[in-house]
Each structure stands twice: as C-alpha cells, then as structure tokens.
Design a binder for this molecule. Structure first.
Ligand SMILES: Cc1cc2nc3c(=O)[nH]c(=O)nc-3n(C[C@H](O)[C@H](O)[C@H](O)COP(=O)(O)OP(=O)(O)OC[C@H]3O[C@@H](n4cnc5c(N)ncnc54)[C@H](O)[C@@H]3O)c2cc1C
Length: 250
C-alpha cells in the first residue's frame, strides 16, 4: 500500500527541526522509519508533515555521561549493539538491543525512536525504566529532562509534546546482576511478555499499556494483561512469573 500524502521536510540542524515541529500542524519525526513507515503504508498514521532528522550531522553519538551511557537520536540500534562502551558500562542495554527485531532492522532503527514509539511490547523502554534512566526532549522552548518513570504514558504514548524532539536517552550503568528474558513466537518477533532485571529492580513489558516496575517476589500482582490471538492473559501472567524466577535465579 502507498502512504497517504504528506509534506516532507529535511532539516539540517536540530534547531531547524525544532522550529519545524513548533510551527507545523500535525507533524511527525522520521528517524529509522522501521515503525513509522509501516504505519504510514498501512495508513494507520496520517501525519500532514514528516520531519526527517536523518540529515542532521552530529546527532548519532554514543558516549559516557555521568557514569552511564548517553545515546543520541540518530544512533542506530546496531551501533549500540556493537559499541564497546555500551558493553562495558551498560551490558544490559547490549543484551536488550540484540532482542529487538533483526539486524537489518537494527541497522536503521534508532534507540531513541524505539523509546519515542513506546510500543508496550518493546524491550528498550523497559530497560530505561528498570535502570531509572531519562530522556532529553528539546524544543524552541529549551531542553527538558524526563525521567523514565514519567515518560511512558500509554500505548504508543509518551510525555513528549508535539513540538519536542527526543535528542538523547541516558541509561545508567547496569548495577550488578542483570537479565532480560522474553518469550516470542519466533526469533525477532515482538515479545508476548518479557522481564528486565537490573540488580534488585524488575521491569515488565508486553503485559500492560506501558512498561511497569514490579515486585520480584510477586511480579504478577495487580497486572491485567490483555489477551489476543498470540497469548491469553493467563499465559502472559504465567510467563511473567516464570521469566522473573529465571531472571533472579541467574
Ligand atoms: C519486522 C519488525 C520487527 C520489529 N521487532 C521489534 C522488537 O522486537 N522490539 C522492538 O522494540 N521493536 C521492534 N521493531 C521496531 C523497531 O525497533 C523500530 O526501529 C523502532 O520501534 C522505532 O525506531 P525508528 O528509529 O525506526 O523510529 P521511526 O519508525 O522513525 O519512528 C517511530 C515513532 O517514533 C517517533 N520518533 C522517532 N524518533 C524520534 C525522536 N528522536 N524524537 C521524537 N519522536 C521520534 C516517530 O515520530 C514515530 O512516531 C520491529 C520493527 C519491524 C519492522
């Protein structure tokens, strides 16, 4: 299928991108396009404007900051996967990014795009939450730090305002034992349910509209996962309990 009509913009600086987002009605940022382009093609998204950030130089760094790892908006998932810095400082992020789709998708897909997209079954939002990281949102009004705990608002919904560009995500160093475990029908598919352990903290994904923190001793308490053709709510609860046991036994 062809996407619905939209006006295409290709800013060459972050300031220009922010000015466009602040002045255009109904605009969407295009990063790796691995989620947005399928949504356009299926006509599930119909933005009037696309602001393609791919031609902005100097927005793809992965660097050490405040004892953790900062990942800028155009850093590809594959770059994070291959990064020696990430493997040393935040090996949980290395392990998590390997579970995202397939390598060809990770070659284009960005870590920040995954966070901004906020798919409930996505690994990286749960990692950010488990570690207590944050994102930096930029607009013509300035920069805003948004903690992971308040960033994810609902299914495909975040605290980003329409005029804000997510310029950077910050993942604290993974402290002590960590694990990310998930169950999916086939390798590379979105998870039916998954758990992230960062020392004694536990975050779950695929079982609520957003990633959620949970008690490792009783991870399914208060959860009401939805059922679909892939898994019943009961099966998702079973997965959460089993995967949590494994993550904490590891
Ligand atoms: C077959 C397939 C399997 C997949 N499997 C998985 C999986 O197992 N786990 C998983 O997590 N993901 C999976 N994905 C999604 C993939 O990881 C995407 O790369 C990711 O969700 C979005 O990143 P992107 O850079 O491609 O963003 P885009 O597709 O460009 O954008 C996605 C959304 O985020 C917004 N956005 C992007 N960047 C920014 C920014 N810097 N500031 C503000 N808004 C922004 C866009 O406007 C859009 O709404 C899969 C995709 C495919 C096609």
């Amino acid at each position: 299928m062809k996407p619905p009509p939209f006006e295409y913009h290709s800013p060459s600086t972050v300031e220009e991108a922010c000015a466009l987002l602040g002045s255009l009605e109904d605009a969407k940022v295009l990063a790796g396009g691995q989620s947005l382009v399928p949504l356009l093609n299926f006509r599930l998204a119909r933005p009037s404007h696309l602001v393609d950030i791919n031609r902005i130089p100097g927005l793809d760094a992965i660097y050490e900051r405040d004892g953790g790892v900062a990942v800028q908006a155009l850093a590809r998932q594959a770059g994070v996967e291959d990064s020696e810095l990430v493997a040393r400082v935040c090996p949980l992020l290395t392990a998590a990014v390997r579970l995202v789709a397939h390598r060809v998708i990770r070659n284009r897909g960005t870590v920040c795009g995954s966070l901004a997209h906020a798919d409930p079954a996505s690994e990286l939002p749960a990692v950010l939450l488990a570690l207590g990281g944050h994102v930096i949102a930029r607009s013509a009004r300035g920069d805003r730090v948004i903690e992971a705990g308040t960033f994810f608002r609902g299914v495909f919904e975040t605290a980003l305002e329409p005029d804000e560009l997510l310029v950077e995500a910050w993942f604290p160093a993974s402290p002590g034992p960590f694990a990310i475990l998930e169950e999916s029908r086939r390798h590379g598919d979105f998870a039916l349910a998954g758990v992230v352990r960062a020392a004694d903290r536990l975050a779950l994904f695929g079982v609520a509209p957003t990633p959620v923190l949970a008690d490792p001793a009783d991870p399914a308490r208060g959860l009401r996962p939805s059922g679909d053709l892939e898994a019943t709510p009961e099966f998702r609860l079973h997965l959460v309990r089993t995967l949590t046991d494994r993550a904490f036994a590891a």
